[in-house]
Design a protein around this ligand. Structure first.
Ligand code: ISL
Ligand code: CA
Length: 595
């Protein structure tokens, strides 16, 4: 105090000023850190996936639509997310809910008009939210003009837009369809006396990428959307576009895993490179591949040296815990957390060398993440949902967060087959039935794994039909909307919704959580997934208890060096003298490590 009084006032003020500026500088430097190579908006963004059919219905027909999305733009903005991915909104007869496109350049009648689309895009952009759209070009709809013409005659100029097997060559070599009640990937077409290929439903004929004219049509269509100002594409089933068109017999080693055989065909990367040269390289947009297969195969899409796409997602994580050779039957013993940790660490390290990854647990092809990876019983619903959110938003990869997961929505678990809508489920049901299989068992399995669990309408409030529609919803609404809904959760500071917003804020304000290196802590711990994220001297410790019981993590940090940033419980975990951090069931915390 004495010394201070002797120092002239202006020096004190100056010192104070310098200290303030330094502090501010270090914060700005943190955000504009030059030492991070290759910063990109799409690496730093949190993506929010919207399944438009189930988000918000504006006209009472029971189907979500674009005007519905427009009416909820402020909700999306308040989440703090930077970008949205919209599932297909193009004209479609909806055998596979928009993944069967009959006109790539018009809007599905049920969803609205091009004018609505333009307004929606502007609405997002006015709020500084980017929009990426689904690009579904492995197949189109059998109602597309191309296919309607092609199937009339072998001499149609569109015939060669598709893959055919002439009947004079006999029955085509076996190809299994993912969505066909006879599991047959070929369908006979009388007018041309040939079979067309469909890896997905018979209403989804595969496009022939060998044909350069078809490829140019696709590129033209992509430019149409990019010129409108959309910010990128999520490329559906993109690994399947190139095929061995000699259609050899299926190698026996792929028995049960046709997807691996069908994917990554001989010219796949030539086509994507061409797409990049002709279209993508001309725009500053984000692209994400729905990839398939091993690290080596997936990495090819995103290796910057290849000039193809920006990001890819893998299936290894979400496929964990299914029993082999049975259709999507979750192992009753649950999944092994050590394997889970191993898979996500493996992919993190692959993408840390080349390209950039994505992280997700839920999407429109998955059941609700809470039911599948957390615990949807009343006791653990909220904590386990927050724990999974913490995981998705603290990894080194772009998060693709599925709408409704921020509310802690869970599987609806239908009892009756009539309640289901999904073509995949319905065709699988028929297959089990035809083979005289155990339908009861199938229905039980589907309560956990079916895609419709992730597609039930969004829960806005406690009014009838959850405020989603004034009509009859296209798919039943989970009756728990009475307490799991936006309105109730906005009012509750402790809700999963408010936790999500907080976690988004934490990620976005810390480049360390985006770009920082990743190292597992107590790697062989079978109950707790913990890792550090570190960048330029900043370090975070993420701790996730994946179990419905008290679990212990061994750490080497001193407790007074750990500053709590976020916690899904009111109580802090206790650290004992044995360096053990004691976590409540599903407890998740993030600490800033100060030394
Ligand atoms: O959903 C799956 C398994 O349940 C996957 O095998 C899925 O079919 C595959 O990932 C391709 O998915 C994409 O294309 C399909 C469509 O049904 C999916 O919704 C889409 O994400 C066909 O267009
Ligand atoms: Ca509607």
């Amino acid at each position: 105090m004495k010394i201070l009084t002797k120092v002239p006032k202006y020096i004190i003020l100056l010192t104070f000023f310098i200290m303030q500026t330094q502090q501010a500088d270090s914060q700005v430097m943190m955000q504009n850190d030059q030492s991070i190579p290759d910063r990109k908006w799409w690496k730093e963004a949190v993506f929010y996936q919207i399944y438009p059919r189930s988000f918000k219905d504006s006209n009472g027909d029971g189907v979500g639509d674009i005007k519905g999305i427009i009416s909820k733009l402020d909700y999306i903005k308040k989440l703090g997310v930077d970008a949205v991915w919209l599932n297909p909104i193009y004209a479609s007869p909806n055998y596979d809910n928009g993944y069967d496109i009959s006109d790539y350049q018009s809007i599905m009648t049920e969803f609205g008009t091009m004018d609505d689309f333009n307004k929606m895009l502007k609405g997002f952009h006015d709020r500084k939210i980017k929009v990426i759209m689904d690009l579904v070009v492995n197949h189109c709809s059998s109602n597309h003009k191309w296919f309607k013409e092609a199937r009339k005659s072998r001499s149609s100029k569109y015939y060669n837009y598709f893959h055919w097997w002439p009947a004079e060559n006999g029955v085509p070599p076996k190809r299994i369809s993912f969505f066909d009640e006879n599991a047959n990937g070929w369908k006979y077409n009388k007018e041309t006396n040939s079979y067309y290929l469909h890896y997905f439903a018979a209403q989804q004929p595969d496009l022939n990428w060998e044909n350069p004219v078809l490829r140019q049509e696709i590129y033209k269509m992509m430019r149409f959307w990019l010129d409108k100002g959309i910010d990128g594409f999520r490329m559906d089933a993109i690994a399947f576009i190139s095929k061995d068109i000699k259609f050899p017999l299926l190698p026996p080693e792929y028995n049960g895993n046709w997807a691996h055989y069908y994917a990554n065909g001989p010219f796949l990367h030539d086509y994507i490179k061409e797409m990049n040269t002709e279209v993508l390289s001309k725009y500053d947009v984000a692209t994400v591949a729905e990839a398939e297969g091993s690290v080596e195969k997936v990495i090819k899409f995103v290796d910057p040296a290849n000039h193809e796409l920006n990001m890819a997602y893998h299936f290894e994580g979400v496929e964990l815990g299914y029993l082999p050779n049975v259709y999507k039957r979750v192992d009753p013993n649950g999944y092994n957390l050590l394997e889970f940790k191993h898979i996500y660490s493996k992919w993190d390290s692959a993408f840390s060398v080349k390209g950039w990854g994505t992280i997700y647990l839920g999407n429109h092809d998955q059941p609700r993440m809470l039911t599948r990876w957390g615990n949807d019983t009343p006791e653990f619903r909220e904590v386990s949902s927050k724990m999974l959110t913490t995981f998705i938003l603290s990894m080194r990869a772009t998060p693709y967060y599925y709408f409704g997961d921020e509310l802690g929505m869970n599987n609806i678990k239908f009892d009756k087959i009539d309640d289901y809508n999904d073509i995949e489920l319905l065709t699988n049901y028929m297959q089990v039935k035809q083979k005289g299989g155990d339908l009861k068992r199938f229905m039980e399995d589907m309560k956990i794994s079916s895609r419709d669990n992730g597609r039930t309408p969004f829960q806005w409030n406690t009014s009838e039909n959850a405020g989603f529609t004034t009509g009859t919803p296209w798919l039943k609404i989970n009756p728990n909307y009475k307490y799991i809904n936006v309105e109730s959760e906005e009012a509750d500071s402790n809700s999963t919704l408010n936790y999500f917003k907080k976690m988004v804020g934490l990620r976005k304000n810390n480049l360390t959580l985006i770009y920082g290196s990743y190292h597992m802590v107590d790697e062989n711990n079978p109950d707790v997934y913990a890792y550090t994220r570190e960048l330029n001297g900043n370090r975070y410790l993420v701790v996730l208890n994946f179990k419905p019981r008290v679990s212990i993590l061994t750490v080497s940090f001193k407790y007074d060096h750990l500053d709590l940033e976020i916690n899904n419980y009111p109580d802090k975990p206790r650290l004992n003298d044995e360096h053990e951090l004691i976590l409540k069931p599903y407890q998740s915390v993030i600490y800033k490590v100060s030394k």
